[in-house]
Design a protein. Structure first.
Length: 228
């Protein structure tokens, strides 16, 4: 398994020293190099110094993710943002998804705000041993056998809800998320699916994701698509 996936963790305590210009330029370069799940969906990512919101974490820098509102946009942001989360962990920096944080400044972009992440130099251990992950068992979130499912199991999720389910089927992985009432958890469930898909993609020699007609229905779940 990808070594960063095996040891990354969400960082909630930061050295509040700002990153220097060279380090921030590396972040901007990485932002430009991410691969979207759905290339046809417009999005933007900004680096800012402040955010507001419930359960906000103090960090020296934040990423603000915006996207046009259309089918797949939330999964797309999760997929993109988790690539950056893993980049930070690989680079000696910490990051944490902030589902309830919002920009402090009036939005100049025409794209709606989706979610934020804090990032910077960690003021706590950056990594952890894989046995310290607090996650559901593989049997609780999946059926069938596919080595990539362990990477999905270790993915972060809003409130650590892990509201996803995967069905491995002869090299394909059908992906579902638990139904939720409209609102915050429904939104986070879609973003979380994109995060898990990023981990699956990192473990795949080739990766594509689309809805198929032969995916089995699953009670209490929404079919999101299939890794082919």
């Amino acid at each position: 398994m990808n070594e960063t996936i095996r040891k990354r963790k969400s960082i909630r305590k930061y050295d509040m020293t700002k990153l220097d210009a060279a380090a921030l330029e590396k972040v901007r370069t990485q932002i430009e190099s991410v691969t979207p799940l759905y290339p046809g969906i417009r999005y933007s990512i900004e680096i800012v110094d402040k955010t507001n919101g419930l359960f906000n974490i103090k960090a020296p820098h934040y990423l603000i993710f915006r996207s046009e509102d259309k089918e797949g946009s939330l999964e797309n942001i999760g997929f993109i943002g988790q690539q950056l989360d893993l980049f930070f962990s690989e680079s000696g920096l910490g990051a944490c998804w902030l589902g309830a944080s919002k920009p402090t400044e009036k939005e100049a972009s025409t794209l709606p705000h989706v979610i934020a992440t804090g990032f910077g130099k960690p003021a706590e251990p950056l990594h952890r041993d894989v046995f310290r992950f607090k996650r559901k068992s593989l049997s609780a979130i999946s059926e069938g056998s596919d080595e990539r499912l362990e990477a999905a199991r270790l993915a972060p999720s809003g409130q650590n809800a892990q509201g996803w389910f995967f069905v491995a089927d002869g090299g394909k992985i059908h992906c579902y998320r638990k139904k939720a009432l409209p609102g915050f958890m429904n939104k986070m469930g879609a973003i979380d699916m994109g995060i898990a898909l990023c981990h699956i993609a990192k473990e795949s020699e080739s990766f594509s994701f689309a809805k198929v007609t032969d995916a089995p229905a699953r009670k209490g779940c929404i079919y999101m698509g299939t890794v082919l």
